[in-house]
Design a protein around this ligand. Structure first.
Ligand SMILES: Cc1cc2nc3c(=O)[nH]c(=O)nc-3n(C[C@H](O)[C@H](O)[C@H](O)COP(=O)(O)OP(=O)(O)OC[C@H]3O[C@@H](n4cnc5c(N)ncnc54)[C@H](O)[C@@H]3O)c2cc1C
Length: 493
């Protein structure tokens, strides 16, 4: 161990202070535990993430007591969700979850700030510009950490539990030997997004979280505060280098390919620079061990296309804190409890993980999807998947899948071989998901049909030679204006 300038103690040390870190800190602090959370970043600051929360995500913000602060930023309350593909539309009103019947899209600087302030109010200490650098062991357990402050001061903090809530490139995961996921799936889709002034202020579009599909690229459009709107394209990950080389050209190409996006955003102005990533590998890491646990993305990540990461980071951070706070003084109990929370997280998150893997395939719009959308319209089923009321493999179960495939096969001019191939592939995935649910096995690394196990670790964007600089590696700060030309306004029509 290198030189130490100061020595402290706490019940719990948390690396990372955003969604998972703040939620964990809030739960421990509310139970009267001494919590120190350190983050390299300063708050408020941005991080590479879009930030839609469906009602179940908003309900988690409420459960940690951050909702009033979140709503003080006045994000549009979106009471409808919509998925449209090639003109076939399924529009639904969100169900009410714990009194919340709306989704929101509050940018990360404000969202994370609301969480940080809530944690501070609960009594947690959140130290900014402070990095976790070393983990200290005693008798085979984590017994403390060394953190480095902004001015280089090195502080040893002894603790009963260390929580790594430090994101996908987790230092804690690396230092406890859990860095390489034991299961994961290569993403086929990348993310490229801009913010802009919303040309639809005052219309019903401001109450809708929408996904517009055409060809192989999905466009996700979410109203933000201050009359802004976020437009995220999720197409083949190989497109990301093209987006970076020519953001304006790609924006125009996306509009040409998807008339529904053109219509929604016609006349948009005042664009930010492009933000993008192609490395969205989904995974599970070993997330508990002697004296340590991982929360949020540090332990598990699923494709952002389904917009569940923030909800799960907040929820399982809170549950970790609530479950461990009462048993923190008994090492055996604490280790059993962190393992139990990991098992619960996995049970609850596996269906969404598989769903994310499915949705991350760079498939084009298929006749089966069009039949599904037409059938689901008006039945209040689709948004149940986004809200975790019902698992995706129950909503889109093999019976419904068979019905949609059958209807698609009856259409004139369709490629029947392609339909049968797709139906068979979906059936294989369903078989594996149901099998895993019926015969659960803790930390199973048995590959399933939803997973593309040829993922690279560490992940990287296809066509980009080096692992791209990550928000985490830049103190969580993503520039909001910069070198890339902003797209020109969309021509009306
Ligand atoms: C492109 C993209 C789009 C997404 N869109 C959505 C969406 O629309 N909706 C949704 O719900 N989810 C979305 N997600 C997922 C969501 O961003 C994450 O699930 C969520 O941010 C997880 O929160 P976290 O607290 O675990 O990690 P993070 O938000 O990554 O926070 C980790 C923190 O740890 C700090 N840290 C790292 N290392 C150290 C260290 N050694 N010492 C101290 N601090 C450290 C970092 O500075 C950072 O502040 C998206 C993800 C991506 C990549």
């Amino acid at each position: 161990m290198s030189q130490i300038d100061r020595h402290e103690t706490a019940d719990v040390v948390i690396a990372g202070g955003r969604c998972a870190g703040s939620a964990t800190a809030i739960a421990f602090a509310r139970a009267g535990r001494a919590v120190i959370a350190v983050d390299r970043a300063t708050f408020p600051s941005d991080t590479l993430s879009t930030h839609v929360n469906f009602p179940s995500g908003v309900a988690e913000l409420q459960a940690v007591g951050a909702l009033d602060r979140v709503l003080a930023y006045d994000p549009p309350r979106c009471t409808y969700g919509m998925l449209e593909a090639d003109g076939v539309r399924c529009l639904e009103r969100f169900a009410t979850i714990d009194g919340i019947d709306y989704g929101i899209c509050l940018p990360r600087p404000q969202l994370d700030m609301a969480l940080v302030e809530t944690a501070r109010e609960a009594g947690a200490e959140i130290r900014e510009r402070t990095s976790l650098e070393e983990v200290l062991w005693a008798g085979g357990r984590v017994a403390g950490v060394v953190v480095k402050e902004r001015d280089g001061t090195r502080v040893q903090i002894d603790c009963k539990l260390l929580v790594g809530a430090d994101g996908r490139r987790s230092t804690v995961a690396r230092l406890v030997g859990a860095e390489r996921p034991y299961r994961g799936s290569r993403n086929e889709r990348g993310c490229a997004f801009f913010y802009m002034d919303d040309p639809q202020v005052g219309t019903a579009w401001r109450e809708r979280l929408i996904q517009l599909r055409s060809g192989t690229t999905h466009a996700l459009i979410f109203p933000c505060p201050d009359d802004r709107v976020l437009c995220l394209f999720m197409g083949p990950a190989e497109d990301i280098p093209r987006f970076r080389r020519d953001p304006e050209g790609m924006w125009q190409a996306m509009l040409e390919a998807n008339p529904a996006v053109r219509e929604r955003l016609a006349g948009a102005t005042n664009f930010t620079k492009l933000r993008s990533t192609g490395d969205n590998v989904a995974y599970f890491r070993r997330s508990s061990g002697p004296g340590w646990a991982l929360a949020g993305d540090a332990g598990h990540f699923k494709d952002p296309i389904i917009g569940q990461g923030i909800r799960d980071a907040v929820r399982f951070g809170r549950l970790l804190g609530e479950a461990c706070a009462p048993v923190l003084d008994d090492a055996r109990d604490v280790d059993q409890t962190t393992a139990a929370v990991e098992a619960r997280r996995d049970k609850e998150c596996l269906p969404s993980y598989h769903w994310g893997n499915r949705e991350s395939r760079a498939f084009g719009v298929s006749p089966i999807l069009l039949e599904a959308l037409a059938d689901l319209e008006g039945r209040d089923l689709m948004l149940q998947m986004f809200d975790r009321i019902q698992t995706p493999h129950r909503v889109l179960n093999p019976l419904r899948g068979g019905k949609y495939a059958g209807r698609a096969l009856l259409r004139k001019g369709v490629d029947r071989r392609a339909i049968l191939k797709e139906a068979l592939q979906e059936l294989r995935i369903d078989r594996d998901i149901w099998r895993e649910e019926l015969r659960p096995s803790f930390r199973s690394s048995r590959p399933t049909a939803s997973e593309r196990t040829d993922f690279q670790w560490p992940p990287r964007t296809p066509g980009v030679a080096k692992a791209e600089p990550h928000a985490d590696e830049a103190d969580g700060i993503v520039p909001t204006a910069g070198a890339e030309p902003a797209p020109t306004p969309v021509a009306a029509g």
